[in-house]
Design a protein around this ligand. Structure first.
Ligand SMILES: [Zn+2]
Length: 341
């Protein structure tokens, strides 16, 4: 798997993402025992949580919430070996971020990596909170994202969030606080992580080797980490811009090898832009030059949009993915053909 961007402050003291500084500074003034970071998906909430945790555990000089990157505690965090840091993520995300091995998240191949934070992991964490000895700075639990807590897991956490032992601090992230249990929400102080401005996001993507950052940022609604993930998976600006023509030809191969969620996301964005174009509005995700100059009745496109929405809502359904994508691309092609005629 290609390397992901860092999510900690390394020995050189550089922030893992350049736009974390304002949120780190703002969090420094928070004295509560549970902090909920609200961040747009793809803006790097995990990097903020991990850097904040590193700053709280750092035993060297911490300036504006920024850990030193060099002390013994920072080295332990960087090595994934700090005894006072616990990270609670769904197995699939822990694996994707390199924070757990395949063996760990599949329990030796016995299950699929989970999309949810498992109640057993919550219970392990609560036991760890109660028993493990700490170094100097207390203990920190990073929980990302809080939306991945289902009812029983969230309920198990409530008491720990309300009355944590002295020296224990929780760091949670979410993109939509309304999706959390009100009882979880109310126990946390809240801090909104500002999104990077476009020049900052583009400069960072360029530094990561993305040749045409503006196009990929548009493809990902301005979310820089999603844009980088596209590029890392081999979808560059040119491949993205080729999708409308592939749809018009019903060329399913353009989506071959994509995870289903990304294919559905791309088809929904394409449908959105075709509808915008048909209504005489500017497209949002694709370059206008890549879209067919379609005009006319939009009923077939609206029907396609409804079908895509239905499939997205049933993401847990055990689809035959290749048949599903073929059918959806076929419907999109037909809708487009009707529109042009
Ligand atoms: Zn340090």
């Amino acid at each position: 798997m290609p390397p992901r961007p860092d999510t900690l402050v390394g020995p050189d003291g550089a922030l893992p993402l350049p736009w974390l500084a304002p949120a780190l500074g703002a969090a420094t003034g928070q004295r509560g025992h549970a902090l909920l970071i609200v961040a747009a998906p793809g803006d790097g909430a995990l990097a903020l949580l991990r850097t904040l945790a590193q700053g709280w555990l750092c035993e060297g000089p911490v300036v504006d919430g920024r850990p030193c990157g060099q002390c013994a505690a920072c080295r332990l965090v960087q090595a994934g070996a700090h005894p006072d840091l616990k990270q609670l993520l769904p197995g699939a995300q822990a694996l994707a971020h390199g924070l757990a091995s395949e063996e760990e998240v599949t329990n030796g191949g016995k299950r699929k990596p989970s999309k949810w934070i498992l109640i057993d992991d919550v219970r392990d964490t609560l036991a760890w909170v109660a028993t493990t000895r700490s170094r100097e700075r207390g203990k920190v639990i990073v929980l990302h994202p809080a939306e991945a807590l289902q009812g029983p897991s969230a309920n198990a956490l409530l008491k720990a969030l309300e009355e944590p032992p002295a020296g224990v601090r929780w760091l949670l992230s979410c993109s939509d606080p309304e999706r959390l249990l009100p009882t979880v929400r109310s126990r946390c102080q809240r801090l909104v992580m500002p999104s990077p401005d476009t020049p900052t996001a583009e400069a960072w993507l360029k530094g990561q080797g993305v040749a045409e950052p503006a196009a990929l940022l548009a493809a990902c609604a301005g979310r820089p980490l999603d844009a980088l993930a596209l590029q890392v998976d081999g979808v560059d600006a040119r491949a993205w811009a080729a999708l409308p023509a592939a749809l018009a030809r019903g060329q399913v191969a353009a989506w071959a090898g994509w995870p289903l969620t990304r294919t559905l996301d791309a088809l929904q964005k394409l449908c959105h832009d075709l509808l915008a174009q048909a209504a005489g509005a500017p497209p949002r995700y694709f370059p206008a030059s890549a879209l067919p100059a379609a005009r006319g009745g939009v009923a077939p496109l609206l029907a396609w949009a409804a079908e895509l929405n239905r499939v997205v809502r049933q993401a847990e359904h055990p689809w035959n993915e290749s048949l599903l994508v073929e059918a959806l691309v076929g419907r999109g092609r037909d809708a487009l053909a009707t529109l042009k005629s």
